[in-house]
Write a protein that binds this ligand. Structure first.
Ligand SMILES: O=c1ccn([C@@H]2O[C@H](COP(=O)(O)O)[C@@H](O)[C@H]2O)c(=O)[nH]1
Length: 227
């Protein structure tokens, strides 16, 4: 299975469906985030799952433990491949999320967002978190792994350290950009090849594919960067 997860950030479910129809099945997974979920709802997620796609439901749950546990249970019932929470919710919330998704072979993977890839040191300072993103990522990744999660969402810039610290932790890395392309609102970016070399497992890509005139060709170009 491909390392690429395509972020379906669309304001209109039909636009997402049209994009999916142009993607080569088996060469990528799909990510449904907040915008598309609020527009398309669980029905759209089920439709993608029933269509044979591995779906990463990227809703980044962050609330009191009981509420997050219920949301994770609901996500698992949709048959998604992966669901995530914010590690900033703390140990009790992470443990409740992990317990809620259960133990069965069909359970979704559960990952925790460490520090958003749109954040840099200045953003963290605004939030009262002194120091470089890598220090906060290390702390939050530690919480996630101690709570028994499958891995974390981080920038590929932190992948080498996390891979060394957690050899079995899944590293899901947004902020992937083809060499020389715009970072958009992202702050901690990496190319696909550099991300894989650093130890990333999953490469999350949105606009470089979804905004391309030929999304399948854009995906093929990213794959070629790995060859
Ligand atoms: O730290 C994070 C966590 C999630 N994301 C999501 O990934 C995609 C990235 O889209 P691009 O268009 O490739 O920038 C988007 O859906 C984010 O919500 C992230 O970027 N960073």
């Amino acid at each position: 299975m491909s390392r690429f997860i395509i972020a379906l950030d669309f304001p209109d479910p039909d636009a997402a469906r049209r994009l999916v129809a142009r993607l080569p099945a088996g060469r990528c997974r799909l990510k449904v985030g907040k915008e598309l979920f609020v527009r398309g709802g669980p029905g759209l997620v089920r439709e993608l799952v029933d269509g044979g796609w591995d779906v990463f439901l990227d809703l980044k749950f962050h609330d009191i433990p009981n509420t997050v546990a219920g949301a994770c249970r609901a996500a698992a019932d949709l048959g998604v491949w992966m669901v995530n929470v914010h590690a900033l919710g703390g140990s009790r919330m992470l443990a409740a999320a992990r317990e809620a998704i259960g133990e069965g072979a069909e359970r979704p993977l559960l990952t925790a967002v460490t520090v958003l890839t749109s954040h840099d040191e200045a953003t963290l300072a605004e939030l009262g978190l002194a120091g470089p993103p890598a220090a906060a990522v290390d702390r939050l990744a530690g919480l996630a792994m101690a709570a028994g999660l499958d891995g974390m969402v981080c920038s590929a810039q932190e992948a080498r350290r996390l891979r060394a610290a957690y050899p079995r932790g899944r590293l899901v890395t947004p902020g992937i950009r083809p060499a020389g392309s715009s970072a958009d609102d992202q702050r901690r970016v990496m190319t696909p090849a550099a991300a894989l070399a650093a130890g990333a497992d999953d490469l999350v890509v949105g606009r470089p594919v979804t905004a391309a005139a030929d999304p399948a060709a854009a995906l093929a170009a990213l794959e070629a960067e790995l060859a």
